[in-house]
Design a protein around this ligand. Structure first.
Ligand code: ADP
Length: 466
């Protein structure tokens, strides 16, 4: 069922429910009020008749009838019947044209046993009461007096009230349906508008944002459009990063490719000496090695760009990963060296366990360590391993050129290289790949550096048992 219909229905049901309770209560209280009123009036009448009958010697029956006939005009079709203790009808009166009261014996018997007040009942359209009349003698009935009358004014008022209530109830239903429709339309209009605006946004116009209803009304719709706009910001940012990444990657690949093709083209123009061919092949070999390194890094990037769900995760001892570093770093460049400092390690080996993909973590740490060697004159890095506050902390320190404050965040962006870093071969992908891998492992990387003195890269990984 559409939300609009549901809201309308709910609203209508709510209003109808409230109306029904209000109308029902008004009717009920008015009805009980009228019954109380007619009961009191009929009881008074019965008591008067009872008193007069007790003094039969003074008032004769004709006089009593006269008094019975001269009551208010609002009470019509009056009838009075009096029974003595032997259930004999000793007196009866009825208005001209009024029906006689047919009273069952059971009613008389029941009334005789009731001392708490009159019993109310109806006879046709007439209201009636049965009163146990005694003058102070407990548990004894002098007479049982039945008085009945048609409460014309009261019933007319009831009829009018019924009419008013039914009309207001029906009117209320119509108003609540119309109100429900208007209410649901106005409630859902912002959603529709937001949905329409979101529909118009595609990859081509990602810079577009959803307009909020008005800055002064900070309602849920404002919050929703704000949240969607934030999502669009993130999407746009990642689209742009991706775009830049592809442009940079293509550029890095096209440079050696252009160099290869132009070298081959020039050397094919005429016959060359063996030496010349060797030198061209050597140069092409260098270019293809560079391309192969780049594609390798790009593949690693693609691997680390997914979610951790697709990765093979194991319990890894981080000191064992670090122990592989010296051998691997030397393979990259024979002048590179690494010192491992495990002095501050705790006794418990379990604190060195982390959950992760060993190869990816090794790649991440190796990138930082090889940078330490690459960007320092002594080509040396110190790797320190400690455990602090549920985290495994790896510090990679070098005595290199250092990194300026304003560049400390940018170096983690793909393809970013500092101005003085250009003298050293590289693509600017190592640190961004490292950060990506660490994010996959719920870890982090930061840098502290003094320009001209050196840098300390700090890698944090959550302990497996932490
Ligand atoms: P690459 O080393 O291939 O250029 P990275 O992403 O590893 O790419 O590093 C990005 C940039 O950060 C480098 O170009 C370099 O300028 C700077 N950098 C990284 N590590 C260091 C370091 N230990 N000392 C000084 N500069 C560094």
């Amino acid at each position: 069922m559409p939300v609009k219909v549901r809201i309308t229905l709910l609203f209508t049901l709510l209003v109808v429910g409230i109306l029904a309770v209000v109308c029902g209560s008004v009717y009920y209280f008015y009805y009980t009020g009228r019954v109380d009123d007619i009961t009191t009036r009929l009881t008074n009448r019965a008591i008067t008749t009872g008193r007069l009958l007790r003094q039969r010697g003074v008032f004769d029956e004709a006089l009593i009838r006269k008094i019975d006939s001269s009551t208010s005009v609002a009470m019509r079709e009056k009838a009075v019947a009096v029974y003595d203790s032997l259930d004999r009808r000793i007196y009866s009166y009825r208005d001209v044209g009024a029906e006689d009261l047919k009273i069952e014996r059971a009613v008389v018997e029941k009334t005789k046993k009731t001392f708490s007040g009159p019993i109310y009942f109806t006879r046709g359209r007439r209201d009636a009461i049965a009163l146990n009349y005694n003058e102070g003698k407990e548990g004894y009935a002098d007479y049982v007096i039945i008085a009945a009358a048609y409460d014309e004014t009261g019933n007319e008022k009831m009829r009018d009230l019924r009419m008013v209530l039914v009309l207001s109830f029906l009117g209320g239903i119509v108003i609540s349906i119309v109100g429900g429709i208007l209410f649901s339309v106005s409630l859902l209009r912002p959603i529709r508008r937001i949905a329409d605006e979101v529909n118009e946004i595609s990859a081509r116009n990602l810079a577009r944002r959803i307009r909020s209803s008005g800055d002064d009304v900070k309602d849920e719709w404002y919050y929703l459009s704000g949240t969607l706009n934030q999502l669009l910001n993130r999407l746009q940012e990642s689209f742009e990063i991706q775009g830049r990444f592809i442009a940079n990657a293509s550029h890095e690949l096209s440079t050696p490719l252009t160099s290869i093709s132009s070298q081959l083209e020039v050397s094919l123009q005429r016959m060359r000496t063996v030496e010349e061919y060797r030198s061209v092949i050597q140069s092409v070999y260098q270019d293809t090695r560079q391309m192969s390194k780049l594609t390798q890094t790009l593949l690693e990037f693609a691997r680390a760009s997914g979610t951790a769900a697709g990765l093979e995760i194991d319990l890894i001892r981080i000191d064992e990963v670090l122990l592989r570093l010296p051998g691997e770093i030397v393979k990259a460049d024979r002048s590179f060296s690494v010192t491992l400092d495990f002095d501050a390690l705790p006794e418990m080996e379990e604190s060195l366990l982390v959950f992760g993909n060993e190869e990816l973590l090794f790649t991440a740490i190796r990138n930082v360590v090889s940078n330490g060697c690459k960007y320092s004159d002594d080509h040396h890095a110190v790797v320190r391993l400690t455990v602090r506050g549920g985290e495994v902390v790896i510090e990679v320190e070098d005595r290199g050129r250092g990194i300026a404050v304003e560049e400390r965040e940018s170096i983690f962006q793909p393809f970013y290289r500092t101005e003085d870093g250009h003298s050293v071969p590289g693509f600017g992908l190592g640190l961004s790949l490292t950060r990506r891998i660490l994010q996959l492992h719920k870890g982090s990387i930061g840098v502290d550096s003094v320009v001209g003195e050196g840098s300390v890269f700090v890698i944090r990984l959550p302990m497996a048992g932490g």
